[in-house]
Ligand binder design. Structure first.
Ligand SMILES: CC(C)(COP(=O)(O)OP(=O)(O)OC[C@H]1O[C@@H](n2cnc3c(N)ncnc32)[C@H](O)[C@@H]1OP(=O)(O)O)[C@@H](O)C(=O)NCCC(=O)NCCS
Length: 254
């Protein structure tokens, strides 16, 4: 069966969005939406694993107000995989108990909403499903994901959902012959956040020492207006920490 493009579906005036697990009958639409939303071709095995729940957990969004035959058709999705915390690239950011080898993380593989259904809060609800699920797993310590550095809607969304941007990975993606950075976002659950590392404590101390010096200097300068008053503005270092590079090559079939 061939499906028309999902990009320009007409949204009914009052959509009734429902969320459910993705199932085998969703295969064709799921593959189609991925093809339309991402610059990457996923292997067909990936879609089969999603719809059959093989190592992947997923949620789909449907609009029940659409005509009958479309009322259960996916208009959004999120797919995740559970990974052992010990083998993950964010092990150092977790309050990791090395005696417990069963600790896990939930990694968001793909997330998307078809164009005409965007900005209705659907992706936020899908992420909430993931966060609820992760919190319900006693072994789980965090939900994390990568996002390409120019994807502003997604970055805005993750920040809005209180994910923390913990790293910038330079040249992480290689797409169509070009390198792109990625941001790594983490949402801690079940007490997964690590206490401050010695490095973080030093950074924190330096930050306070610097702002203390700055305000002292500002007071001194206020008393001596003959001095040139151009103190360089203190810039927040933001959420990004330096990291060991982890590159990801992406094969594109066009
Ligand atoms: C990212 C995506 C999943 C968001 O889906 P959505 O259902 O529209 O998300 P929501 O409605 O829950 O939230 C969207 C938020 O992004 C904001 N937003 C939309 N476009 C934006 C833009 N260009 N720049 C910054 N923020 C933007 C909206 O204003 C809204 O925030 P608000 O609630 O503070 O107003 C969707 O745009 C998408 O499918 N993109 C293509 C696939 C993709 O990039 N997936 C993520 C891969 S990491």
């Amino acid at each position: 069966m061939s499906y028309p493009s999902m990009v320009n579906i007409k949204v009914p005036r009052r959509p009734i969005i429902a969320y459910r697990q993705i199932q085998p009958p969703d295969l064709a639409v799921l593959e189609k939406i991925h093809g339309e939303l991402f610059p990457i071709r996923y292997e067909s095995e990936f879609f089969h694993n999603v719809v059959n729940g093989r190592d992947i957990v997923s949620w789909g969004a449907v609009d029940q107000s659409r005509p009958d035959e479309e009322s259960d058709e996916l208009i959004g999705f999120v797919t995740v995989r559970i990974v052992p915390a010990k083998e993950s690239e964010i092990e150092d950011l977790l309050s990791f108990d090395s005696s417990r080898t069963d600790q896990t993380l939930v990694y968001i593989l793909t997330l998307g909403v078809v164009d005409s259904y965007r900005n209705l809060g659907i992706a936020s609800s899908l992420i909430n499903e993931v966060l609820k699920y992760a919190s319900s797993l006693s072994s789980c310590r965090a939900v994390y994901l990568h996002v390409i550095s120019y994807n502003n809607p997604a970055i805005h969304l993750y920040k809005k959902m209180s994910f923390q941007c913990v790293r910038r990975l330079y040249n992480f993606y290689y797409i169509n012959g070009q390198h792109y950075d990625s941001y790594l976002f983490v949402y801690y659950v079940n007490g997964g956040r690590s206490p401050c590392s010695p490095l973080e404590l030093v950074t924190l101390f330096l930050t306070y020492a610097r702002s203390g010096l700055k305000s002292m200097a500002a007071r001194l300068w206020k008393n001596d207006e003959r001095k040139i008053s151009k103190w360089p503005k203190y810039k927040e270092s933001g959420c990004l920490l330096p990291t060991v590079q982890t590159k990801r090559m992406i094969t594109i079939h066009q």
